[in-house]
Design a protein around this ligand. Structure first.
Ligand code: ZN
Ligand code: ZN
Ligand code: ZN
Length: 432
């Protein structure tokens, strides 16, 4: 252990490598850990809506006068961000439309600069150093290796003027570290805002039955208890969306984090049957047909994800509708693959400003979500928020307030009562 934080300690978790456990009791909603980002990057899509430095959401941000691409709360944020923004400011002007590094390349560039600026500095009070994060370089398959190679090429293409690069092997290892230890910063509706590295948070292991939850305040990560904890309990958060059945969850965990979960739910698979809810008919559907439809569903989800970048919204909506129709012959509406496509359809409708349709899809999600997710899930609060806000926009005030209140109840525990999101929500609910 290289440092400590009150009530927490790093330890060797049996079968999991290092982990984090509590040394004192914590109650539901209590803050376990607040961790500033070692390095963070705002996603390109959210430029203009959030401060590039502190991730504050505002409609009154000032633009960088040079590149006109980065936005800030004020001169203070702009100045503080300059050591990082200067890596991109003039390059964005020089490359124009052709400036397109991946988000992970942008983050790695920042980490390289940060590492250099900290060389020789006193070791911090942290429990974990960036260099200690696992890289799993040896576990990478060819596809991942190629991705990293192309990320490294981007780094050289877009950042060579400002960074002295370490050798290729070290870069590969850094990309791999960031890929399995980086966190996606999300807003209260789970929209992607950026990516960041939090070495201490990287100590926290995964469980499909987590006792803690991670949220973000600006660029800082906060972890709060969602179950009461007693001294000695290991802290677990979930790395993935927990709606899906055991095999899907573990495929995802192996693909992204190189381990298989052995939590109680992964062993008992107690929820799998409900999650894969099959239509009940007088002539029961053959097992083979069910298996085939599951395979189709997984493929459809994968293809939809891949085609998001080049298909038009109406094409995407059509794909959702077609797959829903096909799956609907075997699956109930509350089947998780159906819910996945309904959720995607809602997102596309929101993007297209087709609010009536978005509401129709959203209403189909509420009940099954409240059954499939644990009562303190951010997936649940985010759907309450999305639909609640839609109702408010459509002047369905009482229906809107009802859902927003449900979101608030979850967020008061997960985000903490003093989070800015909650103040904003109370304002929204007060508006007529
Ligand atoms: Zn700011
Ligand atoms: Zn600039
Ligand atoms: Zn599990």
């Amino acid at each position: 252990m290289t440092g400590s934080i009150k009530g927490l300690e790093r330890f060797d978790s049996p079968g999991k490598g290092r982990g984090l456990r509590v040394t004192s009791a914590f109650k539901v909603g209590e803050l376990l850990l607040s961790c500033p980002a070692y390095s963070s990057v705002l996603t390109v899509e959210e430029r203009g809506s959030f401060c590039e430095f502190c991730f504050n959401r505002s409609q009154r941000l000032a633009r960088c006068g040079k590149c006109k691409k980065a936005f800030y709360c004020n001169a203070k944020c702009q100045k503080a961000d300059w050591p990082m923004h200067k890596l991109e400011c003039s390059a964005m002007i020089a490359f124009g439309e052709k400036w397109c590094p991946s988000e992970i390349s942008r983050l790695v560039a920042r980490i390289l600069v940060k590492k250099k600026s900290q060389k020789g500095a006193c070791p911090s009070e942290k429990m974990m150093q960036v260099g200690e994060m696992q890289s799993h370089l040896e576990d990478m398959d060819n596809e991942k290796r190629e991705m990293s190679e192309s990320d490294i090429a981007q780094l050289h293409q877009f950042y060579s003027k400002n960074i002295d690069f370490p050798d290729h092997q070290e870069l590969l290892s850094l990309f791999s570290q960031v890929a399995c230890n980086g966190f996606t910063i999300e807003d209260e509706e789970l929209s992607h805002l950026g990516t960041a590295v939090y070495p201490d948070v990287a100590l926290v292991n995964h469980s499909c039955l987590p006792n803690a939850i991670i949220t973000f305040k600006g660029t800082s990560a906060e972890i709060r208890a969602i179950k009461d904890m007693k001294p000695g309990d290991e802290v677990f958060i979930s790395y993935i969306d927990l709606m899906y059945p055991t095999d899907d969850r573990n495929n995802r965990l192996r693909e992204s984090y190189y381990f298989t979960c052995e939590c109680q739910e992964c062993q008992s698979r107690s929820q799998d049957k409900v999650k894969l809810n099959v239509r009940k008919r007088s002539d029961p559907i053959e097992e083979e047909d069910v298996n085939n439809m599951e395979r189709y569903a997984r493929k459809a989800i994968k293809e939809f994800r891949a085609s998001k970048h080049y298909r038009t919204p109406s094409e995407l909506l059509e794909i959702c509708e077609q797959s829903l129709e096909k799956m609907g012959s075997v699956f109930e509406d509350s089947n998780v693959y159906m819910l996945h496509m309904i959720y995607q359809a809602m997102g596309v409708c929101l993007f297209m400003q087709n609010l009536d349709e978005a509401i129709k899809y959203g209403e189909k999600l509420i009940k099954p979500y409240s059954r499939l997710y644990s009562p303190l899930s951010l997936n649940l609060s985010s759907i309450y928020l999305k639909l609640g806000r839609l109702y408010m926009t459509m002047d369905k005030h009482s229906a809107g307030v009802q859902l927003l209140k449900k979101a608030v109840a979850i967020m008061e525990v997960a985000h903490g009562k003093d989070h800015l999101y909650l103040a904003e929500l109370h304002k929204e609910m007060a508006q007529k």
